[in-house]
Write a protein that binds this ligand. Structure first.
Ligand code: ADP
Length: 497
């Protein structure tokens, strides 16, 4: 008898569903896109009902493709876009407004004002985050204060808050279960990462009634049962995690010092740091990794704004390449960039710099510079930015980096992966299974229902990687990396004048 797991991967632009066997083999996957709403400049919203329906449709489609019914599934795991905020009516289950998406900047001024009132240090110490519109708390506050009558209803206990994991579990269980997992809770600015509970002081600071909050559960374990009248069968939901935490787990980063980078439009780096949170360091977030089988690990997180997006820019705005994959041949057509460096600070620089005023820069151009040098410099910039973040993580955590595990669209680029290994001086391991987020969600569910005894059991069975070993000399790498740092300095603060 084969054992099947279903992973729901609810992302920012689409809802995906993946059917897997317990050995990690993917049987089918389906994807449903849904609408993005931009009601004002800098605002981003989703319709929670569309999120739910697209997720349910993707699930049915993936099951159909695998010739299975929901009843054949042993357990469901969910990974989700983080921070996005949904409020709904406790009685009817209807959303009270569209969801405010993590990208939405509508509460940026509110956050600035709170920073000016000196509130950031306590928030940073307790949550590991920074006081930014990106996270859920000010989004909840905005809804409570801008949807007519909502604050009063919330204070009377008539309203539920949830991130997207909560919202999906609530709907899958026929409105019975109102929970969130620790990794999602840790992105709200309301969760104390030391006590691992909602923090009364933070709730007071953000003026949020505690009654609206979901119960916090571990990332793996029995969470709820799907309602047969809603989805056709009663199956346990046993895994729940924010997408980046799920990917860290799916990559098998289950020991301190292990790190992964997802090279998508931007890049998300996470390092497992063991059972103690690393004190806040500039440019990085301290957050929770998946709570599995009694382990309560923490992680450091860094975000790079422009990764694959630099390649999109070369194609769409500069016309230098016809396809993303062409960047590889072009980069390999020259032996180096001839000292050209491209710093893709198009929207400022993310971790570890957090400089909103940095702007994109190309330095070192000469009469001999050509398209291939610039394209190569763009790809190299993705690897250099990754080293910037990882150096800071190693420094902050004290864990040396032994290897980097990678996934995401731009990790297909062999040149980039080899260059990454050279610049880091450690092997880069690219998972054969591209679906690391879904894999993480499925594995969590598998541990949750006891298919696997624990993380070690899973990853002994299933690890398969393409490996890129460092080949460049240390002197050469250090010389280039110093030049990169110099180029970054040239880009800093450009938009301040
Ligand atoms: P997201 O989940 O952020 O949408 P994906 O993981 O799907 O991102 O990756 C898409 C990104 O990967 C795009 O920015 C694209 O330009 C980049 N990309 C895809 N293939 C390659 C390649 N061969 N070389 C470099 N970048 C690539």
């Amino acid at each position: 008898m084969r054992t099947y797991l279903l992973a729901l991967d609810q992302g920012t632009t689409s809802s995906r569903a993946v059917v897997l066997q317990s050995d990690g083999r993917v049987l089918s996957s389906a994807q449903q896109r849904f609408r993005q709403w931009y009601p004002e400049a800098g605002w981003v919203e989703h319709d929670p009902v569309e999120i739910w329906q697209s997720q349910r449709d993707a699930m049915q489609e993936a099951l159909g493709m695998a010739h299975l019914g929901l009843g054949d599934i042993k357990a469901i795991g969910i990974a989700n876009q983080r921070e996005t905020t949904v409020l709904w009516d406790k009685v009817t289950g209807e959303p009270v407004a569209r969801a405010i998406v993590w990208q939405c900047r509508r509460t940026a001024a509110l956050c600035q004002e709170m920073v000016a009132r000196g509130l950031e240090p306590v928030i940073r110490e307790r949550t590991g985050l920074v006081l930014d519109a990106y996270f859920s708390a000010t989004k909840i506050q905005w809804l409570l204060d801008n949807v007519a009558g909502l604050r009063i209803r919330a204070e009377r206990g008539e309203v539920c808050f949830g991130t997207v994991d909560s919202w999906l579990v609530y709907n899958l269980t026929g409105k019975r279960t109102h929970v969130t997992d620790v990794t999602n809770a840790s992105r709200t600015l309301l969760f104390n990462i030391h006590t691992r509970q909602w923090d009364p002081e933070l709730l007071r600071i953000f003026n949020i009634p505690p009654d609206i909050l979901p119960t916090v559960v571990p990332s793996a374990g029995y969470i709820g049962t799907t309602d047969a009248s809603v989805v056709g069968d009663a199956v346990p939901i046993a895994g729940l995690a924010g997408d980046q935490a799920a990917a860290l787990f799916g990559q098998g980063c289950i020991h301190p010092g292990m790190a992964k980078n997802t090279y998508g439009t931007g890049a998300f780096l996470l390092m497992h740091t063991g059972d103690q949170p690393v004190p806040p360091v500039p440019g990085l977030l301290t957050t929770l990794a998946c709570e599995v089988a009694g382990g309560k690990p923490y992680a450091l997180e860094g975000s790079i704004f422009m990764a694959g997006a630099v390649i999109d820019w070369l194609k769409e705005s500069m016309g230098m390449i016809h396809s993303a994959s062409e960047s590889e041949q072009l980069a390999l057509s020259v032996s180096d960039t001839q000292d050209v460096y491209l710093v893709p600070a198009f929207v400022g620089l993310g971790s570890p710099y957090w400089d909103g005023f940095a702007r994109g820069t190309i330095v070192g151009l000469t009469r001999g510079s050509g398209r291939a040098h610039v394209v190569r410099a763009a790809l190299e910039s993705v690897a250099y930015q990754t080293r910037d973040v990882l150096d800071r993580m190693v420094q902050a955590s004290g864990y040396p980096l032994a290897e980097l595990r990678v996934d995401g669209g731009a990790s297909r680029n062999q040149f980039l992966m080899q260059f990454q290994a050279d610049i880091l001086g450690v092997p880069v391991l690219r998972s054969h299974n591209w679906e690391t987020t879904a894999l993480g969600a499925a594995y969590l569910a598998g541990v949750g229902v006891g298919i696997y005894s624990g993380p070690e059991h899973i990853f002994r069975q299933t690890e398969e990687f393409t490996r890129f070993d460092p080949q460049a000399s240390k002197e050469e790498v250090n010389a280039r990396y110093r030049r990169w740092q110099k180029a970054v300095e040239r880009s800093r603060g450009w938009a301040l004048d």
